[in-house]
Design a protein around this ligand. Sequence first.
Ligand SMILES: [Zn+2]
Length: 466
Amino acid sequence: MKKTFFLSLLLLNSIFPAAPTKILNGIEYLPLAGITAQLNGRCWRIAVNGNATRFVTILPPPADSSSRLNQGSLEYTFIPDSNFVIHNSRKLKLPLPAIVDSGELYLPAVVAAALFPELDVPVLSTIETDRRGDTLILRLLLNPLQPRNSPLIFFSQKNSTLEYRLILGCRMDSVFIQQLRLLSLTSSSLLNGIKPDSGTVGTSLIFTFRQPVSEKIAPLANGLELHLTPLPKRRVNRILLDPGHGGKDPGAVGRIGTQEKEIVLDIAHRVGEQLKNQGFEVYFTRDCDQYVSLAERAEKAVKTGSQIFVSIHANWSENRSASGLETYFLSEAKTDWERAVATRENEVFEREIANPFISKNDPVSLILADLAQHEFLYESSILALRIQEAGLNLVRTQDRGVRQANFYVLRNIFMPAVLVECGFLSNRREEQTLRKPEYRAKLARAIAAGIVSFAREYELRLNGNH
Ligand SMILES: [Zn+2]
């Protein structure tokens, strides 16, 4: 069957009176047809099968066209819900997309103000700073001579804990920009600087801070006021140690019968001692020979308010010569070996995986758990690296590296979390070594040193230092 397409071109501003402005999610939108009419231009809607695909505005050439790079009339093509506009065949990025409502295209006022300099929009002309306690107050004020015909709309975004972006529905005059530069040079202990964002079309400011802040934005009659308060310093001092297995689950068993659950409980206790001596609060998922379910381990993480999770295990391999230390963080296994280790360590939890939240074969739930942990993925990989490094510095052992695999015990733990495989019980020599208390003490010092070194740098990162 043949499909019929029909293309319609509709001259908007000759038919409709300009639509009123709209406020959506605190953002002011102006109708493109209205803007075009104010600037004596023409605005077209191009639709295929009745659905608007593009809106084109053609404006008359500015009176002083020598000041423009583009001679002749000005053409703007908007695509609904897109962050781009095509202006005289150049693609420009917008801070917020244009939207369509009842067949009309609406532009965020910020976008309109930036794209159409002739448009009557408020102009920021003054910046004032003030201090109340440790709160820094910035007042961005409008040109008092200019009548305000559009509210100063704003929209803010956190780029990171140290960077904050403010999008304004107004333009900045050159005096304002000079004041901004001056303030950036002489900025406070809280503020590193402020600069206009040159990446996008529109009036937006990038604030860079020395430490994370909380912000409050209050509109004023002639502008807006920003209250920036430093957030209290965050400490990293609560560690949850998770000795693997326990109770009915012995874990790996060595050639002369050494049980993983015993070895790792002893190592975990020693790591705990080391950490306590250095002022850390230490919690254990188990401190005796008992079976602890996955859910209980995760619950402990929440209840104790722990900030770092380290699961301690001993390894096993068919290959009896395999030996050494490896540290894992949660991610999809990349190698057969990583998959094999995860399969073995996950085995006892298989039955618990009936829990839909951590369903074993459901890729979606795996992805969800991964996403939740994803925030900590980078930190987890650094924690693994620090433990591995300290292990190699303090203990004579084979470096099997930092690895990644899908360990159930690391999923649903929403903090930097790793699993340390201390050595191989399947290796006759390593089994003997692991049985020696002095060796376990050394291993524990190494793991603790890795945790401490990570905790210090993690704390700096949380407080905005790099
Ligand atoms: Zn294990």
